[in-house]
Design a protein around this ligand. Structure first.
Ligand code: ADP
Ligand code: DP6
Ligand code: CO
Length: 356
């Protein structure tokens, strides 16, 4: 008789931080040096699609992960930590309900695809690990809440804990050594400020030279500027950002977003040897945002850059014309600008509406 193949598929969105996570206080448990805050983008534009299967017919084989059509490493400690926790939760369910199939003992096959550049500074690790954890949790029929899953996804990639929620999401750094208080919480649903938009400009789809994991550990080890960021800058930015979101104050939201991106990239430049994620086109995008805001006579656009050259521009729907139209006109006269540079326009997402 053919063995059953158990299967679950899910999608997960990208999130782009407006107060950045950069630095681990515990690399093993993936605990951050500071809290962070992000906006979850619509899955209509950028998303990871992951399918997890397990079957007795896979017995004797190892767990496997196919990422964007290529076999990918699943043995890394961080992926293993996610699989171990999910299996332990399933094993506990099976112990309570002996009639359940013993899925926790079966090899897993995971197939995942990102519909946007991987490892290029567009949060593929965030969408990727959020999808991986939720696909397996669904496969195992775990009764876990998004908060519980965020604790597991955090161990795969820190930023992934925020992609389990829609809208405006904080990752509270927490204080405990076991990391049980280092998790994502919703600050406001997308419906609280539904006109928020993100324009994503893919300056380069190439894999970054320094991964986020390695870059932030070099910064923690060598940057003096970073100490001030953690002690003073981030706490002030977190408080101001939460107030700006609560009050739907775009000018404040934009100022903190741009200052926090500047502070993060300054710490990268202060790393020894320095790390430069932004390039000439990224800097032209910064100037374009300044020009747009000056022309408007108020703040209508905010730039932010993750660990890569690609720009994310936050703006409000009602300002689409001055922001999106002008942005391209300004960049087209930039050296190094490629007409084939791709862009996406995205809305903040209410996760419940879009996830399976
Ligand atoms: P990014 O800026 O895209 O998040 P990172 O350096 O943080 O770049 O992480 C990239 C890594 O995340 C990839 O090399 C891969 O190991 C992992 N990753 C990306 N997408 C997925 C996915 N869909 N499923 C599992 N892992 C993924
Ligand atoms: C600049 O979450 O990718 O995008 O935990 O080592 O996987 P790991 O790092 P990752 O770092 C993201 C850094 C950032 C800022 C952010 O998303 O908050
Ligand atoms: Co990442």
């Amino acid at each position: 008789m053919a063995e059953t193949i158990y299967k679950a598929s899910t999608t997960a969105p990208v999130n782009i931080a407006v107060v950045k996570y950069w630095g681990k206080r515990d690399p093993k448990l993936n605990l951050p040096t500071n809290s962070s805050l992000s906006v979850t983008l619509s899955q209509a534009d950028l998303r990871t699609l992951t399918t997890a299967t397990c079957s007795a017919s896979y017995q004797g084989q190892e767990d496997s992960l196919i990422l964007n059509g290529e076999p990918s490493d699943i043995k890394g400690a961080r992926t293993q930590a996610c699989l171990r926790e999910l299996r332990a939760k399933r094993a506990a369910l099976e112990a309570e309900n002996p009639s359940l199939p013993k899925l926790s003992t079966l090899p897993l096959r995971i197939v995942s695809e990102n519909n946007f550049p991987t490892a290029a500074g567009l949060a593929s690790s965030a969408a990727g690990f959020a999808a991986l954890v939720r696909a397996i949790a669904d496969l195992y029929e775990l009764p876990s809440s998004p908060t519980e899953l965020s604790l597991i996804a955090r161990q795969g990639s820190g930023s992934a804990c925020r992609s389990l929620f829609g809208g405006y999401v904080a990752w509270r750094a927490g204080e405990r050594d076991d990391g049980l208080d280092s998790k994502a919480v919703e600050v406001a649903p997308a419906s609280h400020w539904p006109s928020m938009r993100a324009l994503i400009l893919v300056v380069s789809a190439a894999k970054k030279g320094v991964s986020s994991t390695s870059g932030m550990q070099q910064t923690v080890a060598t940057s003096d500027l970073f100490k001030g960021r953690v002690a003073n800058v981030v706490p002030a930015h977190m408080a101001a950002m939460e107030a700006a979101i609560k009050d739907r104050d775009f000018a404040k939201f934009a100022e903190v977003t741009m200052k926090d991106s500047n502070s993060f990239h300054a710490c990268c430049a202060d790393t020894y040897p320095p790390i430069y994620y932004m390039n000439d086109v990224s800097r032209a995008a910064v100037r374009a945002v300044q020009a747009i805001n000056e022309a408007a006579g108020k703040t209508v656009a905010a730039y932010t850059f993750d660990a890569g050259p690609n720009a994310v521009i936050y703006y409000l729907e009602e300002d689409s014309a001055p922001v999106v139209g002008t942005f391209y006109n300004l960049l087209q006269s930039t050296d190094g600008w490629k007409d084939e540079a791709k862009s996406y326009s995205s809305t903040a997402t209410q996760l419940d509406e879009t996830t399976s």
